[in-house]
Design a protein around this ligand. Structure first.
Ligand SMILES: [Zn+2]
Length: 505
């Protein structure tokens, strides 16, 4: 009634008022409200148009189901119609068809559950077949999976085009970096640092958690950390290091250093003055000034970091002490400097690539190539960790490239680089990178097939083997995305007419 009132007030009605009226089907057992008649006229109009369907997005409670049923009755087509809906709505559809249509006007069948195979042969004897998104998807997936091939390296099954990606970037001897290699590398690194050796008694008792490893690190560096738990250990270490550096050296560069948090607290005049003091351009809006000062801090700190850093400080800021030691060796990487940190688009939570701010902890998380490098107290440190990881990769890649060139491989290394970088840049958040990684790896059970590339033989999927008169996707907004397997399963349905029946939530 409320909807009807809103309708008559003119706030809902649209151009549908001008459409030719469609007679209420005689088999409909209940009267239709004016706006429902209009919806019916609109749906008929849509079916006659080139798109042969549409999206009905009426508000909840306006009777989308009755409109859909009236359409099925008003424009009977040869063959059955398919209704796909969430599991919870199956019985509602059955009930409403029973309530809204005259007895025997619509022969209805539910295709769902373990017994579904038995009713699949009855489709053509019905007017309406009701099924669920789960059934639609699992039938589709069963057929799609028949096309998968085994990866000869890991034994996992992939769609052919995904296998190519998988082997190129993730698996096998030619992949950029396999998981196994990563694990082996980590093991080697731990051994070289003396962690996890059977001779070390402390490691024997303490499980190799990140905190214990870190505590071991600090002990070697002469800092005996007593706190328990990762964040407490980090905090204590930081406090003690600050104590140390403030007493041992008078140049407190880290205190003088500019942090984004601190800069944001300053007003514009103070920022302008600061810029002028540092010899920077002092024109512009506040965020620009902050950016400029941060840039200055980054390049300024990159120039002479080693002087004041204690061993513990080095361990704290560097992901790969080995790589740093290598870089420090004269002539090991001649002229190969990457003083500037990778910048990201302004939309991210950090201005540095691979760095994201974790609101809950207030820390900065560093990611590189889908790998978590750790959390850092400052944005800058996280960015430095990303840079170190990038440098290390550059080095190992140039090594690899040399080896490849020696072998006479024709593969251009840039393309690999390009893709790997896309993964790392992805979204600069843990979930973003992880998802991207998974998608490419084929771990995502959805999206293992592209709609465009779908050349599947679906003749053994009952829902896909027949041409439906109409397909009604109830609550179609539940299909998230266009490439997940539910969407692909829906796209693969064949129908003369199709229309989506959406709740406008
Ligand atoms: Zn594999």
């Amino acid at each position: 009634a409320e909807a009807a009132a809103e309708y008559s007030s003119g706030s809902v009605g649209i151009v549908t008022k001008n459409l030719p009226e469609v007679a209420v089907p005689k088999d409909l057992a209940v009267p239709m409200l004016p706006f429902q008649k209009e919806g019916l006229a609109w749906m008929c109009h849509q079916e006659d148009s080139d798109v042969r369907g549409g999206i009905l997005a009426d508000e909840m409670g306006m009777g989308k189901t009755i409109q859909a049923i009236s359409l099925l009755l008003a424009r009977p087509l040869k063959g059955p119609c398919l209704v796909v809906c969430p599991m919870a709505a199956v019985q509602q559809w059955v009930k409403e068809i029973g309530k809204f249509t005259k007895k025997g006007a619509m022969r209805t069948l539910v295709y769902h559950g373990s017994e579904k195979g038995k009713v699949a042969t009855q489709f053509k004897k019905c007017d309406v077949v009701i099924t669920t998104y789960q059934t639609l998807e699992s039938d589709y997936r069963r057929e799609a999976h028949k096309h998968r091939v085994k990866c000869k390296y890991c034994g996992k099954l992939f769609m052919p085009e995904k296998l190519a990606v998988h082997q190129r970037y993730f698996c096998g001897p030619n992949a950029e970096k396999t998981k196994k290699q990563q694990k082996t590398a980590a093991k080697k690194a731990m051994q070289s640092m003396g962690i996890g050796n059977s001779s070390s008694s402390s490691s024997k008792e303490a499980p190799p958690t990140i905190t214990n490893i870190y505590r071991d690190f600090m002990k070697q560096a002469g800092v005996d950390v007593k706190a328990k738990g990762y964040w407490n250990v980090m905090k204590e270490t930081r406090d003690r290091l600050q104590e140390k550096s403030s007493s041992s050296s008078k140049a407190k560069t880290s205190e003088d250093g500019l942090s984004r948090e601190r800069l944001n607290l300053l007003d514009k005049k103070e920022l302008t003055d600061l810029c002028a003091k540092k010899g920077l351009d002092s024109a512009g809006r506040k965020p620009e000034l902050v950016d400029r000062l941060m840039d200055f801090a980054v390049t300024g700190m990159a120039e002479a970091p080693a002087k004041k850093a204690t061993l513990a400080m080095k361990l704290m800021t560097s992901v790969s002490p080995k790589a740093k030691a290598q870089a420090a060796k004269p002539g090991s990487a001649p002229g190969k400097k990457r003083p500037l940190l990778l910048r990201t688009s302004p939309s991210g939570s950090s201005k540095y690539q691979g760095v994201s701010h974790v609101k809950a902890s207030g820390k900065w998380q560093a990611m590189y190539k889908g790998q978590r490098l750790g959390s850092f107290a400052s944005e800058l440190k996280a960015a430095q960790a990303v840079r170190d990881a990038a440098e290390e990769t550059d080095r190992s890649e140039s090594k690899k490239g040399k080896a490849k060139a020696a072998k006479g491989s024709a593969e251009p290394p840039q393309s690999r680089n390009g893709l790997a970088r896309t993964v790392a840049q992805g979204k600069a958040t843990a979930t973003g990178s992880k998802r991207k990684h998974d998608e490419m790896e084929g771990n995502n059970y959805e999206g293992y097939e592209t709609y465009e590339g779908a050349q599947l033989d679906l003749s053994e999927s009952p829902l896909h083997a027949i041409e439906w008169a109409r397909v009604v996707l109830d609550e179609a907004h539940r299909i998230k995305g266009r490439t997940n397997s539910t969407a692909l399963a829906a796209y693969a349905l064949q129908a003369q007419k199709g229309y989506r029946h959406l709740a406008s939530r």
